[in-house]
Design a protein around this ligand. Structure first.
Ligand code: ATP
Ligand code: MG
Length: 415
């Protein structure tokens, strides 16, 4: 089973290596916003950084000591990244697993290629969740695998209505189609390009939540409290992170399951597990949705509401340093800032009124330095923090109203 296959991760295969102390260079595959926030965290601790990303304007490349502008499969670029770096991590799951394997022959890579390979393929991911279900106490949604046309005819109609999701390369709801009937399913599979897919039963969601877990080379684990997430049009819009955002017992179950799933893969680094909350016979129940082998958008509030952020943990775990138990010092609401708000109702470009938002109490603006705003593109996020949730909520409502964010209605409806 996958849990076995991942048990020997490359980073765990370097036990003789002592901790990599500040002054060393840490490498990252990918130069997006997650890489940029990793670079910030690493540099704050006194590390040098190297980013591999072909885009000359990549958000992380612009702030890193080294930026290798090469394709993720470019043997020379990978060799140079390994030469510069004492250890390497990744900021997105679609890094070719072979590239991570090539790097792992030369340097500790965390998370390891085997773990990334599971997370980048929904079929392998579901197999891992199912293999761990008895231990984690959490199952995934009823689903069926579609690899070829014949698989369509043997699908259990009970999985409909469902969502057909491409097994690989999906994010932010891309590569997904909702289907009601067998006929629609066939059409959807053709529309997705006849690639390997998972058909997942459409569940009546009460809520969604996620858990960040960091695991060190020595197996030490720390988790952040589960946060509650609201998606709009398949993209994360709002994260609530405060003690009352979820029933306490449910949050604990999610945190335990996240630790079990990380442990079973021999994971090293920062991992995010996403869950659905559905109504069960005896109250709310968890269904595990997917995982990201890296810091996650739903963990961005940890930058401003915790003493150690998810990016700090990514750095510490890959460096083989002790993982501090993160402590939340403020209630937080995180609002995603998509490119849509850079355009007015007539489609003309504009600059959002940052001054107005920054004048509100507890606001922390994070912009990723992307040069071009596009609808649906993640340009930044805004975290509102405070000692009291009602103050945080009041500030967040005013931010969402000023910026025209789609999360406004949900914020206004919060009790
Ligand atoms: P990301 O990588 O940005 O988290 P993704 O493209 O990998 O997203 P999913 O997490 O699979 O996509 O789905 C996106 C959202 O669509 C979910 O957060 C949820 O709101 C909704 N969704 C997905 N699967 C189901 C399901 N089986 N039943 C009900 N809603 C679902
Ligand atoms: Mg998701």
């Amino acid at each position: 089973m996958n849990a076995q296959r991942g048990a020997q991760t490359p980073a765990a295969a370097w036990p003789h290596l002592g901790p990599l102390l500040p002054g060393a260079t840490l490498g990252v595959m990918g130069g997006g916003q997650l890489g940029r926030m990793f670079v910030h965290a690493a540099q704050r601790l006194g590390y040098f950084t190297a980013v591999l990303d072909p885009d000359p304007d990549s958000p992380a490349g612009r702030v890193s000591h080294h930026h290798l502008k090469a394709a993720y499969t470019d043997a020379q670029g990978l060799a140079e990244l390994a030469r510069l770096s004492a250890a390497i991590t990744t900021e997105f799951e679609n890094v070719p697993a072979q590239s991570l394997e090539q790097l792992a022959r030369l340097r500790p890579v965390a998370p390891g290629a085997a773990c990334v390979a599971i997370a980048q393929d929904r079929i392998a991911e579901k197999a891992h969740f199912s293999a761990c279900a008895a231990l984690s106490g959490v199952a995934c949604a009823p689903h069926a695998v579609v690899r070829q046309e014949q698989d369509l005819s043997s699908i259990d109609p009970a999985v409909l209505p469902g969502i057909l999701k491409s097994a690989r390369l999906g994010y932010d709801g891309k590569g997904q189609l909702r289907v009601q009937t067998m006929q629609e399913l066939t059409q959807a599979w053709i529309q997705l390009g006849r690639v390997a897919c998972v058909l997942e039963k459409m569940l009546p969601l009460q809520a969604e939540c996620s858990v960040l877990v960091a695991r060190g080379r020595d197996g030490q684990m720390v988790t952040y409290p589960a946060q509650r997430n609201l998606h709009i049009d398949g993209i994360l819009a709002l994260t609530q992170a405060h003690p009352d955002c979820l029933p306490a017992a449910l949050a604990r179950r999610a945190e335990d399951a996240a630790r079990t799933l990380a442990q079973a893969m021999g994971y090293v680094g920062l991992l995010c597990i996403e869950f659905f909350v559905v109504q069960g016979p005896e109250g709310p129940e968890l269904v595990v949705n997917e995982m990201a082998p890296r810091p996650h958008n739903s963990g961005h509030h940890t930058l401003d509401a915790f003493d150690h952020s998810q990016f700090d943990m990514q750095v510490l775990a890959m460096a083989g340093l002790p993982l501090p138990r993160p402590r939340q010092h403020s209630a937080a609401l995180m609002l995603n800032l998509l490119g849509d708000i850079w355009f007015d109702a007539q489609g003309r470009e504009r600059t959002p009124d940052w001054a107005r938002v920054l004048a509100l109490p507890g606001t922390h603006l994070h912009l990723y330095g992307k040069t071009e705003a596009r609808c649906g593109r993640k340009m930044g996020h805004l975290t509102v923090t405070g000692a009291k949730l009602d103050q945080v909520q009041a500030s967040a409502v005013m931010c969402a109203r000023s910026l025209g964010l789609p999360a406004l209605a949900a914020l206004e409806a919060m009790p």
